[in-house]
Design a binder for this molecule. Structure first.
Ligand code: NAP
Ligand code: F7E
Length: 337
């Protein structure tokens, strides 16, 4: 029997890689897409299957994590074996501008989905996309036992969702797990997260389309991994005998400045000649340092990261250079695969 999965946030970076992974494994994949007046399916267009396609295994549904009744109806209809809750307002800086919406979609949205599983009366395994942002001000290294101290409305919303997931496991015996993932990036990363903002700028500066890049705090330390490897860890978390929570990280630290060095250097550019400071990109309260200890995931899931930050920066610069080249040539192809 093939398995069925529901992915919220299917149009995002992780949703697109996870869909590919599950389709390769033979799953039927249902994705929750929120209605937008412009196209928001660019990352999954290459795997889209129309309703008329025979033997269709990739099915999209319009719904929203803020609409609890729609979630119940969807779960009743699909009856998935596994639910991956990746949907969220996921931008930390934006969460200071839209704190209530972030709390609603990112925090309460997870509880709505958990409660929808219960209301639908189905037996399903539940993955919650928890985040290293929950550790916030607590110094590294961070693991599953590290206390949370969130520093943004986003981080606080993720803590709420984390504990809701733990509570549904303890209260109702649900197979519900938190993957506490540290920053993970790829050529499909949203253009306003710092790594992609940098690699896109490198490609555009190289092509003569841009001269300057405005950034905020260059001293922040992050543990950046490669998104396709991280979605594999999500899947592994739902295949165990017992549900528990896991940190997923590389354990390698780099500052934003070091990422700049590698990315610009890879294209033969000196970042100091192009990068300018704009306080607009700073946060009212910053998370200074996140460095994960993923030894539990390695021990219990057999999961180990391969791509480290320097290779990651090179992968992303190369993909953005190809993309800008294609754009200039008027070739409307995605070049990140
Ligand atoms: P992303 O690219 O920003 O994708 C977020 C997804 O959530 C998009 O599909 C978005 O839809 C959808 N979404 C937003 N608001 C929604 C709502 N109200 N209802 C339904 N869907 C909604 O994020 P990502 O990098 O793939 O991350 C996936 C998940 O992991 C997120 O929950 C994120 O917070 C969490 N996380 C990410 C990282 C990381 O480093 N990437 C680390 C730890 C945890 P649109 O496409 O329409 O915007
Ligand atoms: O910032 C600094 C910024 O926005 C990284 C999300 O996926 O990972 C992500 O959150 C660092 C911060 O990611 C700019 O201040 C400097 O210290 O790329 P980011 P994030 O905030 O770490 C976690 C784990 C998640 O869960 C989130 O969903 O870079 N920084 N200058 C800047 N950041 C941005 N975005 N833009 C700048 O111009």
């Amino acid at each position: 029997m093939t398995k069925t999965a529901l992915i919220t946030g299917v149009t995002g970076q992780d949703g697109s890689y996870l869909s590919e992974l599950l389709l390769e494994k033979g799953y039927t994949v249902h994705g929750l897409v929120r209605r937008s007046s412009s196209f928001n399916t660019e990352r999954i267009d290459h795997i889209y299957q129309g309703p008329q396609e025979p033997g269709r295994r990739f099915v999209l549904h319009h719904a929203d994590l803020c609409d609890g009744v729609a979630l119940v109806n969807l779960l009743r209809e699909i009856q998935p074996d596994e639910v991956y809750n990746l949907g969220a307002q996921s931008h930390v800086r934006v969460s200071f501008d839209a704190p209530l919406y972030t709390g609603d979609a990112t925090g309460l949205g997870s509880l709505r989905l958990l409660e929808a599983v219960r209301a639908a009366g189905i037996d399903t395994r539940f993955y919650q996309a928890s985040s290293s942002e929950m550790f916030g001000a607590t110094p590294p290294p961070q693991n599953e036992g590290t206390p949370f101290h969130p520093r943004s409305p986003y981080g606080a919303a993720k803590v709420y969702a984390y504990w809701s997931t733990v509570n549904y496991r303890e209260a109702y015996g649900m197979y519900a797990v938190n993957g506490i993932l540290f920053n993970h990036e790829s050529p499909r990363r949203g253009e306003t997260f710092v790594t992609r903002k940098i690699t896109r700028a490198v490609a555009r500066i190289k092509a003569g389309l841009q001269r300057e890049l405005y950034l905020g705090n260059l001293d922040a330390v992050r543990d950046w991994g490669y998104a396709p490897e991280y979605v594999d860890a999500m899947w592994r978390m739902l295949q165990q005998d017992e549900p528990t929570d896991y940190v997923v990280a590389t354990g390698v630290a780099a500052t934003v400045r070091e990422f700049l060095e590698t990315a610009f250097g890879h294209a033969g550019l000196d970042w100091r000649e192009h990068v300018r400071h704009d306080a607009k990109y700073e946060r009212p309260s910053e998370v200074d340092a996140l460095i994960g200890d993923a030894s539990k995931a390695e021990r219990l899931l057999g999961w180990k990261p391969e791509v480290r930050v320097e290779e990651l920066a090179r992968i992303m610069v190369d993909a953005d250079v190809r993309q800008v080249t294609a754009e200039l040539a008027g070739t409307a192809v995605r070049v990140d695969r």
